[in-house]
Design a protein around this ligand. Structure first.
Ligand SMILES: [Zn+2]
Length: 114
């Protein structure tokens, strides 16, 4: 097990926290976006602290749990053509997946061809 040793921001007790008990978050568009949350084993209060993005990365790599990571998603650059899928299309697709031939027939039996 890996532990983070720190001082509780509330009661100042030195604590050793199992990395699996830490919640790490990135708050989008915040001036200091990194957050660390844990329950102090000494005072049993939920503590939230600011952490640098470098420490967010290190905490996640060491086994901290990502509570909510909100990175901006890239814009959709590939526009599809054709009409949008309907409920009937999904029902037909499900029926094709459950046929005896399986989904191979949906792709012409040669899934590697483009
Ligand atoms: Zn405490």
């Amino acid at each position: 097990m890996t532990f983070l040793t720190t001082s509780c921001a509330g009661c100042s007790a030195p604590v050793a926290l199992d990395m699996s008990c830490l919640l790490v978050a990135v708050v989008k568009d915040d001036e200091v976006p990194g957050r660390l949350a844990y329950i102090c084993p000494a005072c049993r209060e939920l503590r939230c602290e600011f952490v640098s993005m470098a420490n967010v990365t290190a905490l996640l790599a060491a086994g901290g749990t990502a509570m909510h990571v909100d990175f901006r998603l890239p814009e959709l650059v590939h526009q599809t053509s054709g009409p949008p899928l309907t409920a009937d299309d999904l029902i037909d697709f499900h029926a094709e997946l459950t046929t005896a031939d399986g989904p191979e027939t949906l792709f012409g039996g040669d899934r590697g061809a483009q």
